[in-house]
Design a protein around this ligand. Sequence first.
Ligand SMILES: O=C(O)C(=O)C[C@H](O)[C@H](O)COP(=O)(O)O
Length: 222
Amino acid sequence: MSKSNGLTKGHARLTEIFALAPVIPVITITDASHALPLARALVVGGLRAIEITLRTDAALEAAWAIINEVPEAIVGIGTVLTPQDLERAQKLGATFAVSPGVTPDLLAAASQSDLPFGPGIQTASDLIACVVNGFEIVKFFPAIPAGGLAALNALGGPFPQVRYCPTGGITEANAREWLAHPKVAAVGGSWIAPASDISAGAWDKIEQRARAAAGLRPSRAK
Ligand SMILES: O=C(O)C(=O)C[C@H](O)[C@H](O)COP(=O)(O)O
């Protein structure tokens, strides 16, 4: 398993995970029986790294099922808010964890853990907290309301080493523009598997959206 791939820095492994595909689907599962067909649709569509948010009672059971039954999937736990959430993610066997924000407690816990962790940032103060603790791959959340690419460009001045996974308002329509940015490692979003398609069991639609997302490529030459 890639979980023990010899890299000591969590964020270094996060770089590899974000390099697997241009898009990380952000998944919220309310019924654990949806987990396996959903994960298979995403993997078949070309998106192996997936984020299961800890927002529902079914989230941990769903993530557990995918980790154990869909070996091609690289499961990350999202909406990690506390050190306890981080510990839950690690015990479950998740490959990475991400948060929409950053707190001193979370950074301290993540620094002690070898689980790759992507804190969420919105401001320069958030970024200072991350970089002084060695976290240089971060979520930029909520990317569109927090100022979009203009904000990302401005943050690039004082923090040239940081790479981002923007989430929050990213869609199939604007993802390509974000992916063309040299500081963007990958983007995240819920548009690939919206709640309505999950509850309807529309796995074919989700697979198609995953395939389209997997085909989004940076156009940095332009
Ligand atoms: O919960 C987390 O860990 C997050 O980082 C937040 C999610 O990435 C966004 O909620 C996705 O935003 P949308 O694609 O606009 O629905």
